[in-house]
Design a protein around this ligand. Sequence first.
Ligand code: PLP
Length: 380
Amino acid sequence: MKFDTTIVRGRSEPDPTTGAIIPPLYQTATYVLEEVGKDKGFDYTRSSNPTRQMLEEHLAAIEGGRYGVAFSSGMASVDSCLKLLGSGDHVICSDDVYGGTSRHFNRLLVNYDMHFSYVDSQDAANVEAAIRPETKMIWIETPTNPLLRITDLDAVGKIAKEHELLYVVDSTFATPVFLKPLEYGVDIVLHSTTKYLSGHNQLIGGAVITNRDDLFERLKFIQKTVGAVPGPFDCWLTILGLKTLHLRMQRHWENAEKVAAYLEGHAKVAKVTYPGLVSHPGHQIAAEQMSGYSGMISFELKGGLESGKALMNSVELCLLAESLGSVETMITHPATMTHAEVPQEERLARGFSDGLVRLSVGVEDPNDIIADLEQAFKNA
Ligand SMILES: Cc1ncc(COP(=O)(O)O)c(C=O)c1O
């Protein structure tokens, strides 16, 4: 099956009992046994559920992997990956990651004697230089949230292989439409399915995909033991969302290209960051490893924080909100919203100022998005 067909059809067939094209929603906590010791493949929904299984198989198929494991949020997926490690272990992490991920590492996992080094993974040599005897995992986000930095997955993959380190990539911003991390030796691909994969701001969810039998077994064990599982209805909604992923991503990308070009030419804008722009430092690597540049843009205004705030308070069509990856265009202030818990000095060291604005470009008419920004810029 070609990729677009896999996106639409996943691994599900019409329901054999009724012919229903959309898979049934198995909204149940438990299952009746045929007799003691004999069930029909399902015993309790925390362990497995047919709707969740359909989603997991669909996600694995789209990512080009063998196994999918779904969680109740992107953060539950992050947490479950880290539960593969133990006390004393060390993780090398991209220095620009989603604020919730670094909060989880720095404020929770350090209490369990786990250690983290943050490196600029745009240069793979920085990853290698940070390896210690107790290093067990490399954690890469590409493109990163919010600075849209790009890591050369192949270069880091060689390092992970040589040093036998678990290689995890958070591919939430790219989606399987534009990037297939498993092709670069990545062990686990992670998604916040809250974002593009479900795509309509309708739920919170997460998932990991792997080709490795051993990791699948361990992640399934963590899933059922910890119980951070998505409800069947959220799984069902995610399946519906997934079916149009390729169409939405194409339009997110096309719209983002137009909005980025508009912003780059705007007199009040100091800097635009978008992997599709030749001015982006990771553009060349992105062009090689991605088949499109997705829909996220970051930019700074010449007037700094005050101008950025005025712009965000003046938009009408663009929605001032947390999150990203939905059909609606959303504008975010990372310093007070998604990355509020990253200390200011750390944010500045990473290279993002309090004036940074993040735009998740939706699939509306691009002229309306640009017109809204244009009217908002008058107050900025
Ligand atoms: C790159 C990335 N990874 C993980 C997450 C966490 O996902 P969730 O909000 O579904 O827990 C987010 C949330 O914004 C994100 O942007």
